[in-house]
Design a protein around this ligand. Structure first.
Ligand SMILES: Nc1ncnc2c1ncn2[C@@H]1O[C@H](COP(=O)(O)OP(=O)(O)OP(=O)(O)O)[C@@H](O)[C@H]1O
Ligand SMILES: [Mg+2]
Length: 610
């Protein structure tokens, strides 16, 4: 596991520990439950009913003992039968109310979580790329899938337990005080003991839980990192070493879990001990009172019963503490995500035109992913409609960044970018992006059919147009796939070669027929012969279209109307191929190198040839 991941996990957990029970957070969460308030209200009523019913049995037993067993009246038998009937009826009532209450709560909880997942995903899609640059995908998946589920527990277990248990505690206390005030006060001496041991338990449980989370994060990130790099691991024969590393993190996790189990295993017996202590007190003191005829035997019996009942909600609450902590942590993260604002937003007044010619201007543009680390400095150039402009420069010069700015994946910090004279910040983002066909440096395909991938930009694209786009992109390999256009593409296009994926991406951009085309290393992984064919096809396909080509292989861009050379985020030269060679600057040097490479390749070809 990379050390920085461990560090991140620790910082996050330290934060988590500070947090107790945040009322504001609870309030925000309840706002998501508002649409289902009637379900929650009904469940609440049922909870009250079942709690009320649960208070009755000890009292019924008291009546049975005092009124029928100790001093049997004439019709004792009939009375007992009636009481047994009432007892049974109440038990049935408890069963029914508990069943419906649990069902309704789960239903309401699931509905809230469903809505929350929808909200989180649609919010994520609205966020700008700068957000995704700084978040690992795995973390976002956890937010949508797991953290919302943890929240569900908050609704269906914690809040309900809290509500029900508090109600039960109050109910029992009142029942005991009204039955026999002195005995009730005696029983209440258990409360300080309970408070003390619960506080101690919470402290220990929180610490243990934190360790478990820490080591679970360790196991997870180890797995994530190593499973995704299996090819590398097997190639370098790292299996044994990795297994030993895994054993260590796995052992840490195991020990942390055992510690947590020990803490919670001690808690319940401790509570039982206090419980027995209080009952012993009741038997000793209450028994004396029964002998002196100060209270009846039935009352003492009921008091003992209530005391036993009293401990159940307390155990419950302490045991739900861990869940509550996890749920609150999840809640904070999910709500934090929902509060993230997109960095790129539409202006309040936008300019909309039916057709754009495709003139692009960079006007003194400054840009940084993380200010003040400028990636682009004072970039100024213009591409006229229908012109082909090439961007060249060494790795890391800022070419891809310039392309990302035109599609407004990021906003510039200074200067402006214009499309047909309109600042692109004054266009609706959707409209802007529909004017631009983009072939990215790292090609992404979705799992689905070839055809589905090609019509990504417009689901109504005609079959004719798809076929023409495939021709223009030289993606004829499609016809050799089983099923042709209907052939399945694996996740991220794993079952296609890198070059094939690039050809599909090119076809996908061409199928939209946009006024502006941006090709970022679109043919870098394609063999030279195919590349030449694409060049010719592109010359036809891009006629009348503004095209910006980014390429390392300079041979592919010599015919561009203009070449802009960037280095360290600045434009160092621009002109035609001939002009740039004449000034003998950076472009000339790059060209010389490319030329040498070509020759080496050619001589190598001869050397290995027949
Ligand atoms: N998402 C990002 N967040 C932060 N910095 C970035 C990000 N993307 C690129 N950079 C930085 O911006 C600079 C320019 O990167 P860019 O991708 O534009 O280079 P490039 O000219 O396209 O290089 P290449 O020829 O290798 O594709 C680099 O120093 C890079 O480290
Ligand atoms: Mg790039």
């Amino acid at each position: 596991m990379a050390p920085h991941q461990r560090g991140l996990g620790l910082a996050g957990l330290a934060e988590e520990e500070k947090r107790g029970f945040d009322l504001w957070l609870l309030w925000r969460l309840l706002s998501y439950a508002r649409a289902d308030w009637h379900l929650f209200a009904l469940a609440g009523v049922l909870i009250l009913a079942s709690t009320g019913l649960e208070l009755a049995p000890p009292y019924i037993l008291k009546i049975a003992i005092d009124n029928y067993l100790l001093r049997p009246p004439v019709a004792a038998q009939a009375g007992l039968v009636r009481l047994a009937g009432i007892y049974l009826g109440i038990t049935a009532g408890v069963f029914l109310t508990n069943y419906w209450q649990a069902y309704l709560l789960q239903l309401a909880g699931q509905r809230v979580i469903y809505r929350l997942r929808q909200a989180v995903f649609s919010h994520l899609q609205r966020l700008s790329l700068s957000f995704f640059d700084t978040r690992p995908v795995g973390q976002l998946v956890t937010r949508v899938a797991n953290d919302t589920q943890a929240l569900n527990q908050l609704y269906t277990e914690v809040l309900v337990t809290l509500f029900k248990d508090i109600f039960l505690l109050v109910g029992i206390t009142i029942a005991m005080l009204s039955l026999a005030p002195r005995l009730a006060l005696l029983a209440l001496v258990g409360v300080p003991l309970i408070t003390l041991s619960t506080a101690l338990y919470r402290h220990l449980a929180r610490k243990a839980y934190r360790q478990v989370r820490l080591h679970l994060a360790g196991v997870n990130s180890f797995l994530q990192e190593h499973l995704s790099a299996m090819r590398l691991i097997q190639a370098f024969g790292r299996e044994r070493a990795n297994f030993e590393q895994f054993t260590r993190v796995n052992q840490d996790y195991y020990q942390a879990t055992m510690q947590e189990l020990t803490v919670s295993a001690v808690f319940r017996p401790t509570m039982d001990l206090i419980n027995s202590l209080v009952i012993a007190l009741l038997v000793w003191y209450g028994g004396g009172q029964v002998i002196q005829n100060l209270v009846t035997f039935g009352v003492l019996y009921a008091m003992i019963n209530y005391t036993q009942q009293f401990f159940r909600p307390i155990n419950d609450m302490a045991e739900k503490y861990t869940i509550m902590q996890a749920a609150m942590a999840a809640a904070e993260k999910v709500l934090g995500l929902l509060q993230e604002k997109p960095a790129v937003v539409d202006a309040p007044e936008v300019i909309v035109r039916p057709r754009w010619r495709g003139e692009i201007e960079f006007d003194h543009v400054w840009f940084a992913y993380q200010p003040p680390h400028w990636v682009l400095r004072d970039i100024t150039f213009a591409v006229r409609p229908g012109e082909t402009l090439a961007l060249v420069g060494p790795t890391g010069a800022g070419k891809t960044s310039m392309a990302s700015l035109i599609t407004r994946f990021y906003d510039v910090q200074q200067g402006e970018i214009r499309l047909d004279g309109v600042d692109i910040r004054q266009m609706p983002q959707g409209l802007l992006r529909r004017q631009i066909g983009l072939v990215l440096q790292d090609v992404s395909l979705f799992s689905g059919t070839i055809a589905e991938n090609l019509i990504l930009g417009n689901p109504d694209t005609s079959r004719d147009r798809i076929i023409r786009a495939i021709e223009a992109a030289q993606a004829d390999f499609v016809w050799d796939l089983p099923g042709g256009l209907e052939a399945r593409v694996g996740e991220r296009g794993v079952n296609l070669s890198l070059g094939q994926r690039q050809l599909l991406a090119l076809a996908r951009a061409l199928a939209v027929d946009p006024p502006v085309l941006i090709l970022d290393e679109a043919t870098a992984s394609v063999d030279s012969q195919t590349e030449q064919l694409i060049q010719q096809a592109l010359a036809r396909a891009t006629a009348g279209r503004t095209t910006i080509v980014i390429a390392h292989r300079l041979s592919t861009i010599q015919n561009a109307s203009r070449i802009v050379v960037v280095n360290h985020g600045e434009i160092v030269e621009q002109g035609t191929h001939g002009q740039l060679l004449a000034v003998r600057g950076l472009y000339w040097r790059l060209w010389q190198l490319a030329d040498q490479e070509e020759k080496i390749l050619q001589s190598a070809g001869k050397g290995f040839g027949p």
